[in-house]
Design a protein around this ligand. Structure first.
Ligand SMILES: NC(=O)c1ccc[n+]([C@@H]2O[C@H](COP(=O)([O-])OP(=O)(O)OC[C@H]3O[C@@H](n4cnc5c(N)ncnc54)[C@H](O)[C@@H]3O)[C@@H](O)[C@H]2O)c1
Length: 264
């Protein structure tokens, strides 16, 4: 069944080629939004666009895909300018691009500047670049929803041991809270969803398998809800923050992690 809660809203979702970003894009389309999806990966992004088109019901709720590196200021500026030219502006920004970029844990004294900066660039700095471009239009219309996808790693520590990732996600939560404070007076909210471990793509599948039976059991022992999360479950939380109904909720981080955060 299609809802029309976000009818005529224009959304942009970064990092939408894979699980979580793709599920968020689909949820927004189902709710009636027009969704622009972007990623550095062209083919899986096209798959997301197809999925969204299959999911969308209303004429207005369609998806458009663009290959964009959201850590590049010029590319972000061009994307948001294109959306503004075609659709009048961006009402909803979901920054889901991120992850560990294929990196593995290393002792901190062996981490190179390039590895550190690459993770901070996409997980944290890109959020700033995107927000900077969408905010003028949101202010002009007096309505906006900014949703960042952080991580349990930003609230406690990275289970994969990647220092830059935990730091960037903690920074992303701080940035989200700070802009919430600044932008609330303009009708713009900013909130973060902090997922737990979700099998969202081949690399998270490999990470999960590498844990082995004992590691997987230890993982479940630390959860209140004894199973892994699904991308759609992260998308539900993002959709709430993007909704009209969440207009009095800002600066929050919601863990969707099966109760790991709660147990410490
Ligand atoms: N999967 C999990 O268990 C999990 C847990 C906590 C947080 N997260 C976060 O959720 C978000 C989505 O993660 P996911 O697991 O669905 O996929 P993912 O980890 O593969 O990354 C998300 C997407 O970002 C894209 N991306 C990377 N660099 C980019 C750039 N410079 N410009 C544009 N796109 C870029 C990737 O191509 C990918 O499609 C990420 O921010 C991730 O850190 C994931």
């Amino acid at each position: 069944m299609h809802s029309s809660g976000l009818a005529r809203r224009v959304a942009v979702v970064s990092g939408a080629a894979h699980g979580i970003g793709a599920a968020i894009a689909e949820a927004l389309v189902r709710d009636g939004a027009k969704v622009w999806v972007c990623d550095v990966l062209e083919e899986p992004l096209e798959e997301t666009v197809r999925r969204c088109r299959d999911a969308g019901g209303d004429a207005g709720s369609v998806a458009v895909g663009r290959v964009v590196d959201v850590s590049r200021p010029d590319a972000v500026r061009a994307l948001i300018a294109e959306i503004t030219a075609q659709d009048g502006g961006t009402d909803i920004l979901v920054h889901s691009a991120g992850g560990v970029l294929g990196q593995v844990a290393q002792p901190v004294e062996e981490v190179t500047e390039d590895d550190w900066r690459a993770i901070v660039a996409v997980n944290l700095e890109a959020a700033f670049l995107l927000v900077r471009e969408v905010v003028p239009g949101m202010k002009a219309r007096g309505w906006g929803r900014i949703v960042t996808i952080s991580s349990g790693a930003g609230r406690s520590y990275s289970q994969t041991g990647i220092q830059a990732y935990a730091s960037a996600k903690a920074g992303l939560i701080g940035f989200t809270r700070q802009i919430a404070r600044e932008l609330g007076q303009f009708g713009i909210t900013a909130n973060s969803v902090a997922p737990g471990f979700v099998l969202s793509n081949p690399s998270s599948q490999r990470q999960w398998e590498a844990l082995g039976a004992a590691g997987q059991q230890a993982f479940f022992n630390a959860l209140a809800i004894k199973r892994l999360g699904r991308p759609e479950e992260i998308a539900h939380a993002a959709l709430f923050f993007a909704s009209e109904e969440a207009g009095y909720v800002t600066g929050q981080t919601l863990s969707v992690d099966g109760g790991r955060w709660m147990l410490g």
